[in-house]
Design a protein around this ligand. Sequence first.
Ligand code: ADP
Length: 333
Amino acid sequence: PVGFVELSGGPDFVSESLRGVRRSFAVAGVGVALLAVIVGLLVSRGLTAPVLSLGDAARRMGEGDLAARAPVQSSDEIGQVAASFNRMAERLQSSFAELEAERDALRRFVADASHELRTPITALKSFNELLTGPAASDPVAQAEFLAESAAQVERLEWITANLLDLSRLDGRLVALNLADHDVGELLDEAAAPLRALAAERQIDLQIHRPTASTALHCDRARLILALSNLLDNGLKYCTPGDEIELGAEGEGGAVRLWVADSGPGINAGDQARIFERFYRGRTRSDDGAEIPGSGLGLSIVEGIVHAHGWKISVESRPGEGTRFVIETRRTIS
Ligand code: ADP
């Protein structure tokens, strides 16, 4: 033999590469599946977490926690729903706060009204007992007690009439007698009955009229009552040497009226409550003398101002004086 040829089976390249490919596919498949699970979990948590927090906030609110709010984490649909929920919660909370404040004011009003009415009623009862008992045969004492009784009845009448008027004004049950009136004349008419008292108390009462003739659409009698109440207070709380100014400026439906005094002023705590019915801040002057009053004067002023659709405000600093301003621009429908 000059040579030989050896035949043998070589390496199986095809099945080896097929095995390799299968392994790679298996690893890639597991990897992709794992990735899909992780991504799916993350996405679903991103979707459900805000919905769960929203549900939690709604549940807390349902249980009475009005301060509960849903976190707004995105600007997508869920974020928008959470923001709307929070706006609604905000409104609900402030409505509840208003209702609570009204309820407290009503309670205070009932307590104050009862107290205010009880005083003259108790006085009348004791005058009656005295008239029929110890003073039965004393004409001088009888006359005195009868006069006192008449004064108490008058006070009762004044309080009840004003309360009734206030409720009617509040409930819009009275029709205002509206017409155009000259502002200067209104100021003069309000100040005239108080000039003598101002002079007697050595208080300088000044009137600041609008520069041009100005008409105001109002209920004349009621506006004069409101201005008189403000002037009355000025005279009551000021001391000799003080000044009071009743003024007006502006034109048409936008007249600004004011009553300013250089009296003792009103502290911040009282300022927040002086328009409440029966609320009285200062009941004694600096020298300790009792200042008469009922706490109804300013509520009547406010009732009249609001019935016209106007606005009243007070600016005051203790020791520097007080300024009540009525803006007649229509602000309340
Ligand atoms: P009152 O009958 O007590 O005067 P008002 O309703 O008229 O009742 O006033 C309420 C409170 O406002 C008063 O008790 C007083 O404390 C305060 N007040 C009102 N006007 C003045 C003023 N011009 N200067 C100082 N305090 C004032």
